[in-house]
Design a protein around this ligand. Structure first.
Ligand code: UDP
Length: 236
């Protein structure tokens, strides 16, 4: 596997071409942003943690029937993934009220939702990733009805699998964001990352935040929180 030219640099990752046209390499950075890029910083060691953790969880999901883009980790920050076309929809799954949902609906953070909430956002930085519903997604041609249904059913299943997995580690899965991609043959697979950047994790006993909210809200102990989740997940 040869790493070739850089194709894309995002806020937290770079993507490279390889000598295999069907494979990319993602390279995780320590850069952190929040509020659509308004707040910028560095979280030491984040790239290594998010790479390792994402791959660990993707393999667990894969074993449990969720197709993913994961192929192989090749270094502490780099992973080979299948080449996909990202579906420009951010899927948010919520178990407990927090963040933008609390703000928008006036539900205090930490309130258990009576059923799981699934939200879609249109993935567009210039527009600030506005929330959309199925009708918008269909009207804009972002995905077909069948694809939306599959994405929703995968997302609920992932929620169940991750909630159970994290619970055993003493971590409550509050909410998280997923992205999907399409292979050349049209297969929908889970893509992007699953990490403290994209999930809210609260310690089950103390309620302590173990995720990017520590960075967003200037709470301190950001690196320590990422390390704590990694430690519980991987035993290191
Ligand atoms: N999230 C994300 N990327 C985004 C927006 C949200 O990874 O661009 C994650 C976020 O970390 C949280 C969940 O999705 O776990 C719900 O985020 P929310 O809508 O509450 O937005 P926020 O409060 O982070 O602005």
């Amino acid at each position: 596997m040869k790493k070739m030219q850089q194709l894309y640099e995002g806020k937290a990752k770079k993507v490279f071409a390889t000598d295999d046209p069907n494979l990319y390499i993602v390279d995780y950075k320590d850069d952190a942003t929040a509020f659509n890029g308004l707040k910028k910083g560095t979280i030491q060691g984040k790239g290594v943690i998010n790479n390792t953790m994402t791959n660990h969880l993707m393999q667990y999901l894969e074993k449990n029937g969720i197709p993913t883009h994961f192929v192989e980790q090749i270094s502490d920050r780099e992973t080979v993934v299948k080449r996909v076309k990202i579906v420009p929809i951010e899927v948010i799954v919520r178990n407990i009220a927090a963040g933008s949902l609390s703000k928008r609906l006036g539900i205090p953070e930490g309130t258990k939702l009576q059923s799981t909430v699934l939200e879609f956002s249109y993935k567009d930085d210039d527009l600030g990733d506005p929330m959309i519903n199925d009708y918008h997604a269909l009207a804009m041609g972002l995905a077909t009805r069948e694809e939306l249904d599959l994405i929703a059913s995968y997302s609920f299943k992932i929620n169940q699998l991750l909630t159970d997995y994290m619970k055993d580690l003493g971590i409550e899965l509050i909410d998280f964001k997923l992205e999907y991609g399409k292979l050349d043959d049209g297969t929908i697979v889970l893509a992007d990352e699953i990490s403290p950047d994209t999930c809210r994790f609260w310690d089950s006993k103390t309620g302590e935040k173990l995720d990017k909210d520590r960075f967003r809200r200037d709470m301190g102990g950001v690196e320590e929180a990422y390390q704590e989740v990694m430690h519980r997940l991987m035993g290191k």
